[in-house]
Design a protein around this ligand. Structure first.
Ligand code: PLP
Length: 439
């Protein structure tokens, strides 16, 4: 029988003997769980097959061969992407249709293209290609998206971290860094329901970031709005209007916005978007045009026909929410039921996006991931949300509950909660041992 949250004593207040008893009980529970041989996965933020099914109607589209202007979508051309689709997503992303590019299926590829082009050629406002600088550094709000960090690392770009708060990156910390160091050429932001913290960048923070003085004249904000439309509650966050803010602040070329339908239609066959100042869009297309004669406009038309208009996308997102919100509720319910009162973990209840950010007792995140693995639950490696996988406090774990069915989320979270508590008790006993058993 488990104790109710109200009846629990915070771990730091337990005596060494009580800790030992608790550790023995949890270790036995953990062995039983491991013996069950379950195989559960909370690692990657992928849509479930139920979510993918929502877009199956697209597989019978498009019904036409031509777009509104009469161009045959099956042919080469139209590098910027189908205007009909761009109009729909321009409304949703709060940009002008002319500022928006519709590309292939991956916004991450567009981010990589931009970085490579900046390194090789420089941007619209660069004195020289970034590769000719002694060093290039990016500011990375943490916890953040692991693939952003891997991408930078692969290109030899240094990383400096700043904390991510509920209203976005710590803007004062960013401003202090970029004012001094001309090697700092850019930063990442996942502005809406960030991966993994679920933070929403406020209009004020966005204003500060687009307006701040930077030692590098060609500083870029990679505004990765991957979860712009991915609400989990009625309290729908509105993304800050970063392009207009930047323009008004006199830095129109600072932000480059990215988004995609990876978690709207098909993660493997969606459409990715890039938006920026008119000059910066022309810059992107100039370089893109050396390697492409045009994107998959058949897929663009398929998406445009499927949704019809921006409201069609909004209605579709409500269906996603119906499927995944109960999984997020379950994560919160199990963690609350199993851990509240022990003082061993904090977690968020995101209003959107794909992740729950779990902070456990300092120094125990790696141990929790190992214990969970032994009990059959795959978790994202501890530290994954930090550059080079190094969480200085070894406390952060990213939970991704969208893919498994609800019953599996429940089972996996019950195991995770046991592991969080067991690792915390082990740590408390270790600390007690080191301080002569007087903890
Ligand atoms: C913040 C963020 N950006 C980008 C991506 C990937 O986007 P895409 O599928 O468009 O390449 C993800 C996927 O998890 C993500 O979390």
């Amino acid at each position: 029988m488990s104790t109710t949250p109200a009846a629990r004593t915070p771990l730091p207040r337990l005596s060494p003997q009580e800790l030992t008893e608790l550790r023995d009980r949890l270790a036995a529970e953990h062995s039983d769980l491991a013996a069950r041989g379950v195989k559960l996965d909370l690692t990657r933020g992928k849509p479930s097959s139920d979510q993918l099914d929502l877009s199956d109607g697209m597989l019978r589209l498009p019904t036409r061969h031509t777009d509104a202007s009469g161009t045959d979508v099956r042919n080469y051309g139209g590098l910027q992407g189908l205007a009909e689709l761009r109009t729909i997503f321009a409304e949703l992303l709060g940009v002008e249709t002319e500022q928006l590019v519709a590309g292939g299926n991956s916004s991450l590829t567009m981010m990589r293209d931009c970085l490579v082009d900046l390194l090789l050629f420089g941007g619209v406002d660069s004195p020289r290609p970034w590769s000719q600088e002694e060093k290039v550094t990016f500011v990375c709000p943490v916890p953040g998206y692991d693939r952003h960090f891997t991408l930078l690392e692969s290109l030899g770009i240094d990383m400096v971290t700043v904390p991510m708060h509920d209203d976005g990156p710590d803007a004062e910390a960013v401003a202090a860094l970029v004012a001094q160091d001309p090697s700092i050429k850019g930063m990442w932001i996942v502005p809406t329901y960030s991966n993994p913290a679920g933070a929403v960048c406020s209009q004020e923070v966005a204003s500060r970031l687009v307006g701040m003085e930077t030692a590098a004249p060609d500083f870029k904000i990679f505004w990765d709005n991957a979860y712009a439309l991915h609400h989990l509650t009625d309290d729908e966050a509105k993304s800050a209007d970063v392009l207009s803010l930047a323009s008004a602040a006199g830095h129109p070329h600072r932000p480059i916005m990215f988004a995609s339908t990876s978690k709207i239609t098909f993660a493997g066959a969606g459409v990715a978007f890039l938006a920026a100042s008119t000059e910066q869009v022309a810059w992107y297309l100039k370089h893109l045009g050396t390697g492409s004669i045009g994107p998959d406009k058949v897929n663009h038309l398929r998406h445009a026909e499927f949704f019809g208009d921006a409201d069609g996308v909004r209605r579709h997102m409500v269906e996603h929410r119906r499927i995944i919100a109960p999984k997020f509720d379950e994560v919160d319910r199990v963690l609350t039921e199993k851990l509240e009162g022990y003082d061993v973990a904090t977690w968020n209840r995101p209003a959107g996006g794909y992740f729950v950010n779990l902070d456990v007792v300092d120094g125990t995140a790696s141990r929790v991931v190992t214990l969970a693995k032994e009990a059959g639950v795959a978790l994202t490696p501890a530290g994954a949300s930090f550059p080079r996988g190094e969480d200085p406090r070894d406390r952060n774990i990213r939970l991704a509950p969208t893919m498994p069915p609800v019953a599996e989320v429940t089972e996996a979270m019950e195991i995770v909660a046991t592991c969080v508590l067991l690792a915390a008790v082990e740590k408390a006993l270790g600390d007690a041992g080191q301080s002569g058993g007087t903890a």
